[in-house]
Ligand binder design. Structure first.
Ligand code: AHR
Length: 369
């Protein structure tokens, strides 16, 4: 529902947020650079039984778009599990700001699929103009997407993918997770140059397309290398604590491994903590090669330091692509079914690769997230 009154107080019933009982930006229109994107889990109340009618409205001011209309956008975000997610959230809050003519209803779904579905239902009830969904898991979307379509609200599937019929949503955008997994595998094959690999994989969240895609892509390359063995593959839920826990358990079960694949940077930090505690060396001067994904600022610092040997980027700065779609739809133009957000891989200093950029301080300094 477009909001026409310039400078007027506008009510935003954060129905879905409260239903979700999870962290959210209750001031979605204010997005200063220092905004903390998501509250830590332990600060989040969980009134699961709260009904929409009980939810108090929050008031805020918003600036109009050039047309004089404020565009309302709901963003059902995955959660706050990683540095990548924090950067992605901030990017959406900065882009869909009041100054830019938007009223953003942001909901941190705390990695809970049921909460995310109800969040989207709340956006539909509020008759928002657009709904962006970063799907926690790829399955289970048909019904609510049909409801959004019946309500005439365009849906943008962002970051991760859904396995629903594409006719149920307007567009999808994000990185190619399969290609990311293949990039990691291709780099490893190049680096090992025929040496054996005994590999442990710390996967991301179960059922997430980022997990499924990276696993599929990496396994495509494993299948081409008969002297590679994946010893084990367990979910670390894209968190540092999860990465540490899985690595600790791997260390108890396996003594002969030379590659650890972490499906995001935060898991890699946890895995490094576990290996430090066990006296296992890693990195370019150690016994174990660590491959990570995301290439966030701190992940690339570890890559520059030679601790993470290869880090495959997943670019979190995706809100501009979503805004581009919305602007086209506002102008009555057609939009592409899919927009690829491109990314690249990075390797530690001293390594040259056909698949990755060699890290340097200059590359790190140019990092926006
Ligand atoms: O979907 C993108 C993935 O989700 C990122 O790799 C990870 O950090 C995040 O949690």
């Amino acid at each position: 529902m477009k909001k026409k009154l310039v400078g007027a107080l506008m009510c935003v019933a954060m129905t879905a947020t409260m239903l979700a009982g999870c962290g959210n930006s209750s001031e979605p229109t204010a997005a200063p650079a220092e905004t903390t994107p998501a509250a830590p889990a332990e600060t989040q109340a969980a009134p699961a039984e709260t009904t929409p009618a009980e939810v108090p409205a929050e008031t805020q001011t918003a600036e109009p778009a050039a047309s004089g209309e404020v565009i309302t956008v709901g963003f059902a975000q995955v959660g706050h599990e990683s540095d990548w997610r924090a950067a992605n959230t901030k990017n959406y809050q900065d882009t869909f700001s009041a100054e830019n003519g938007y009223e953003l209803s942001f909901v941190d779904c705390d990695n809970d699929h049921a909460v995310q579905i109800e969040t989207v239902r709340g956006f539909i009830e509020q008759e928002l103009d657009y709904i962006c969904i970063a799907p926690i898991q790829s399955a289970g979307w048909d019904t609510v997407l049909q409801e959004a379509q019946d309500a005439g609200i365009p849906v943008l599937i962002v970051d991760r993918a859904v396995d629903a019929d594409p006719s149920l949503y307007t567009t999808a955008l994000g990185c190619d997770m399969v290609a990311e997994g293949e990039a990691a595998g291709n780099w490893l094959a190049e680096y090992l140059n025929g040496e054996d690999a005994n590999i442990l994989v710390i996967e991301g969240s179960v059922g997430a397309s980022a997990t499924l895609g990276r696993t599929e892509g990496f396994n495509n390359i494993v299948a081409q290398n008969s002297n590679w063995t994946v010893l084990d593959s367990q979910s670390g839920d894209f968190t540092q604590a999860g990465g540490q826990e899985v690595m600790e358990s791997f260390i108890k079960s396996y003594s002969d491994f030379n590659v650890v694949v972490c499906q995001n940077d935060n898991e890699a930090y946890g895995a490094m903590d576990a290996m430090d505690a066990a006296g296992i060396t890693y990195g370019v001067d150690g016994d174990v090669i660590i491959i990570s994904f995301d290439a966030t600022h701190d992940g690339l610092q570890y890559t520059l330091d030679g601790k993470i040997t290869c880090n495959v980027e997943c670019n979190p700065l995706q809100a501009g692509f979503a805004e581009g779609v919305i602007k086209k739809l506002e102008a009555g133009e057609t939009v592409d079914a899919w927009t690829l957000v491109e990314d690249e891989a990075f390797v530690a200093p001293g390594i040259t690769s056909d698949y990755a950029v060699t890290m340097s301080q200059e590359v790190l300094d140019g990092r926006a997230y």
